[in-house]
Design a protein around this ligand. Sequence first.
Ligand SMILES: Nc1nc2c(c(=O)[nH]1)N[C@H]1C(S)=C(S)[C@@H](COP(=O)(O)O)O[C@H]1N2
Ligand SMILES: [Mo]
Length: 153
Amino acid sequence: MQKELCIEVADIRKGTASFTVQEMAAMTGEQIALEERVPGVSGEAFGLKAWYRSWRQSEPGQEPTHVRVEAVDEFQAQLPWAEADLAVFLYAQDGEPIKKGYPMRLYVPDGSSECLNVKSIVKVWFLQDASLEAEATYGFKNRVTLSDMKLKK
Ligand SMILES: Nc1nc2c(c(=O)[nH]1)N[C@H]1C(S)=C(S)[C@@H](COP(=O)(O)O)O[C@H]1N2
Ligand SMILES: [Mo]
């Protein structure tokens, strides 16, 4: 049996916490069929912003400027909050944990690149830093900086 991985989340105001993906999925109270946002890919997902709002109980105007995710292999992606409206986390397929990208995988349906669809996410940061990149970035941590990996279309 696969070892259960937890996802660490961090928010400047709320602090840090750790959840299983099942706990995260249950928090939004709303399941999204991935096919509705990403044609051709099926599975059960929950909204990134819906999840954030249910965790933070946030007030309007206090939302992050960016969100960054990191995977078990240290691949990361960072996107401006405004680009995360349709972003979802895929966590199950046919009622089972996902095989490719366990424990959860990001999909950014209207995103600038498929490279943002980070598999095997174990950390999520909700950031408040207006000086961060205005464009989505991705890449391996420590090998290249995220700003070196500025997206080339
Ligand atoms: N954890 C992790 N996620 C990742 C990557 C990676 O190297 N590690 N590569 C990204 C890139 S560059 C692309 S193009 C897509 C490829 O998705 P696929 O494996 O479903 O084809 O996954 C993204 N997610
Ligand atoms: Mo990619």
